[in-house]
Design a protein around this ligand. Structure first.
Ligand code: 9GP
Length: 810
């Protein structure tokens, strides 16, 4: 956007005065921030309208990414960068005595997601718009995002996230586009002159009100839409008579029950609880999204049979898988198509991404609950299932075990992954190894049946947020050295390799990292009153807390180091600061117990004079996108130590790599591809491979006691969990101890312990060679361009969605 400083200042002062009737000297910080936001929204709005008109006029095929979660993070800075006016705005505000960075801090972080899956959706939104693809998001406007985490005496406490307390600047409510979503009741199929039609009685009708958020591309031209639906009680449902008669409570209860659907995001991304409200949430946004898409499609005046030529819908994990049934319903019941035509359109329109192989995270709904909640959809799914079984039994004849493994309704449950697979033309995993595991193990039968549907799309991250926005100096250096072609193609980051022996560049890298570390030092001092050493290795593990992610392995190594230093305070080690940031699902006791352990260990180590500040442990409270933007640019070591085969991809690994950290990893998820890119000398790999883990699981040959009996260091660590070393309460860490002794160490923490300790020693040795270390950082940055979500999106666009970049001028 072309904007001069003077023009900006004029616009801004006017906006502030018109909105709040105040001058820049009188206005509060909050008002200054709001005025800036509103002005930026004005700047975006014109392009937004133009983009939509253009898509309609040119009848571009449009993609809708259906996702339960969009973990956007703050948007103002991204908008400024994408409009290319950040510097002008910063200077202009400075002239007016206002600090841009202070205003940026006032923006609420919506946290409409749990972790990787939601953040991936946000990265994809950014890449779609920046590359000029017609691709939008569809989800739920949760009134409360993921809980805010407070650490009190070392324990996690969950507080309500109230991101909508003030108006959210970026959304526009579209009440005129409201649609109705129906739940429950009874459905009868009756013969009418037009054929068989469903007749509903006694169902609950809910308004799905859209709120649109602009997704501005860095091309400054495309503004796509993220549409989030909010559940409201329809006005007709408000029984005024009843209200006047004083039946106020009934009204309140009803309103509360309806609004509950978009009240709160379920705070668990790795296990599935078949809660009725969750099923309602899923059907709610899927039905609302599909209805609005169909309405928009009608405006094109094209035959319904061509629907999939103009529309693609992506099912992000199984949460929106009910789209298979709902799209069929709309095509059969509302559009009057016959079954075969409707099915053909549905399969051609839908595509599905699988994000996990953890059995406990696979959604399976109890049949009865499903039937009660969405009776018409169940009827349709039963028919899909019947036809599927008929088709497969032709192929597999009497092999019932194969049919049973794939059918949708089985054992009193509706299996959503099976529904998504059967109803989609494309099924992808999110990293090479993950897709291979899907094909060869988890979904093997489906792979044999539909080999052409399976493909891999390795995840990616948007370098605009994770480098340009979070680490502007490094971004500048990379662009300056690798050439302007990087601006449009991150694969060209590879040019940065030319500087591998350039001491000036290596020194600059070092300085940038150090500055980022100093920011974290100041933050930690200010927030936790802990002094940390910016010269120490910043060793960072930030991600959701889960057994398979193995924060426990990390803590066990810290305790081991602590024991060594206690035994020999003179021990010469490279100083380290271990950072953790992680939220635990509120009902996941083990995860919460690990948080307590990290904090207890931190408390002991940070205050033990024998340790002489050689190691420090910091738990960063309330980890989310904003904290990630602070800590990732400062990381030296990126801890990606999940039990091999369990982490589908990971995306934190890519963010750290792009910011010049060295990865310490198992060969899991996308770590494998990072390893393939940077080679043996620029990453530290340890531990069991996926195959070894799967073999141990299959053969049940692992006995943690064998490891324990031969490793006194480990014995000591486990003893310390109940001997008062880290807590006066000897029962404090009983969930962790039970995880090892009771459950038999299911994630192989003990098995990988020695290899991990060795890998950590290797990190020390590598770090001590400063030049060598900086060269490793440089190699990682240079190769990280491959993991930009621009690359992922280009592949989705080409292989799955068949859409083209749109240039409005053409
Ligand atoms: O656990 C995976 C994570 O490995 C992956 O990077 C992310 C995005 O693909 O999805 C996560 N899965 C979920 O959150 C739930 O399936």
């Amino acid at each position: 956007m072309n904007l001069t400083k003077n023009q900006f200042k004029e616009d801004y002062v006017k906006r502030l005065t018109l909105t709040f009737a105040q001058t820049t000297t009188e206005a509060s910080l909050e008002h200054k921030y709001l005025a800036l936001g509103k002005l930026i929204r004005d700047y975006i709005s014109e392009s937004w309208a133009e983009t939509n008109n253009y898509y309609t006029k040119k009848k571009c095929k449009q993609i809708y990414y259906f996702s339960m979660e969009f973990l956007l993070g703050r948007l103002l800075n991204s908008y400024l960068l994408n409009l290319n006016i950040r510097d002008v705005v910063k200077d202009g505000l400075r002239d007016l005595g206002i600090d841009l960075d202070t205003l940026l801090e006032l923006e609420p972080d919506p946290a409409l997601g749990n972790g990787g899956l939601g953040r991936l959706a946000a990265c994809f939104m950014d890449s779609l718009a920046s590359l000029g693809f017609p691709g939008h998001g569809c989800g739920i406007r949760f009134k409360h995002g993921l809980f805010n985490q407070k650490i009190i005496n070392g324990y996690q406490k969950e507080l309500l996230n109230n991101w909508l307390k003030e108006d959210f600047l970026w959304e526009i409510k579209k009440p005129e586009k409201t649609v109705t979503v129906r739940f429950g009741g009874v459905v009868n199929l009756v013969n009418t002159p037009n054929g068989i039609e469903p007749v509903y009685s006694g169902c609950e009708e809910i308004d799905a009100v859209p709120y649109d958020i602009p997704i501005l591309g860095s091309n400054m031209e495309t503004v796509n839409t993220l549409r989030l639906f909010s559940a409201e009680l329809p006005e007709e449902e408000i029984d005024l008579n009843g209200l006047q008669k004083g039946d106020y409570q009934k009204f309140i209860d009803k309103k509360f029950a309806v609004e509950a659907i978009s009240q709160i995001l379920y705070p668990d991304d790795s296990s599935f609880q078949g809660k009725l409200l969750r099923l309602k949430q899923e059907y709610f946004f899927v039905s609302a999204g599909l209805q609005t898409i169909l309405k928009r499609y009608k405006k094109l005046k094209e035959s319904i049979h061509k629907f999939s030529d103009f529309v693609g819908i992506h099912i992000n994990d199984t949460h929106p898988a009910i789209a298979v049934g709902e799209l069929m319903r709309l095509l059969l019941d509302e559009e009057g198509l016959d079954w075969d035509s409707a099915w053909d359109i549905t399969v051609k329109t839908l595509a599905y991404t699988n994000h996990t192989i953890l059995a406990e995270a696979m959604e399976k709904w109890p049949y009865d609950m499903f039937k009660k909640t969405v009776p018409r959809i169940l009827m349709i799914i039963e028919e899909i299932d019947r036809r599927f079984c008929e088709e497969v039994s032709k192929k597999y004849e009497e092999d019932y075990s194969k049919i049973d493994s794939m059918r949708i309704i089985y054992n009193g449950e509706v299996r959503m992954a099976n529904l998504a697979i059967i109803g989609s033309h494309s099924i992808n995993g999110v990293a090479k190894i993950h897709t291979e595991i899907l094909k060869n193990r988890e979904l093997h039968d489906f792979y044999l049946l539909y080999p052409e549907r399976f493909n891999n799309k390795t995840n990616g991250i948007t370098h605009r947020r994770w480098l340009k926005n979070a680490n502007p100096e490094l971004y500048k250096l990379v662009i300056e050295k690798s050439g302007p072609e990087c601006l449009n193609d991150t694969n060209k980051f590879i040019n940065f390799l030319k500087y591998i022996n350039d001491d000036n560049v290596l020194q600059t890298l070092d300085k940038i990292k150090f500055k980022n570390k100093e920011k974290v030092v100041a933050f930690v001092k200010n927030k936790y009153n802990i002094d940390i050493n910016p010269f120490s290795i910043f060793d960072v593990q930030v991600k959701r807390l889960h057994g398979y992610k193995r924060q426990l392995l990390n803590v066990f190594n810290i305790i081991y180091l602590y024991n060594q230093l206690k035994q020999n305070p003179e021990l010469d080690i490279v100083p380290r600061t271990f950072f953790f940031g992680a939220k635990a699902a509120p009902s996941y006791y083990l995860a919460k117990n690990i948080i307590k352990l990290i904090n207890s260990v931190a408390n002991v180590i940070n205050n033990d004079p024998d340790i002489r500040n050689k190691i420090k442990v910091v738990f960063l409270e309330n980890y989310g996108v904003s904290i990630a933007e602070l800590i990732i640019p400062a990381g030296d070591v990126s801890e990606q130590i999940s039990t091999a085969s369990k982490e589908a991809s990971g995306t934190g690994n890519m963010k750290f790599m792009m910011n010049g950290a060295v990865t310490l990893a198992t060969l899991d998820g996308a770590n494998v591809e990072i390893y393939d890119e940077v080679g043996d000398n620029n990453i530290v790999i340890f531990g069991l491979t996926s195959q070894e883990v799967m073999d141990l699981e299959k053969n049940r040959t692992y006995n943690f006691r064998d490891i324990l009996n031969s490793n006194p260091d480990l014995q000591k660590i486990l003893t310390q969990l109940s001997d008062g070393t880290f807590s006066e309460n000897k029962e404090e860490f009983k969930d962790i101890l039970n995880h090892i002794y009771g459950e038999g160490d299911p994630y192989f923490v003990l098995k990988d312990f020695s290899a991990y300790v060795e890998a950590q020693n290797k990190i020390n040795t590598l770090y001590e060679n400063r030049r060598g270390w900086l060269q490793m950082c440089l190699v990682n940055i240079a190769h990280s361009g491959k993991f930009s979500s621009d690359n992922s999106i280009r592949k989705y666009a080409e292989d799955i969605w068949h859409i083209k970049e749109v240039k409005r001028g053409e």
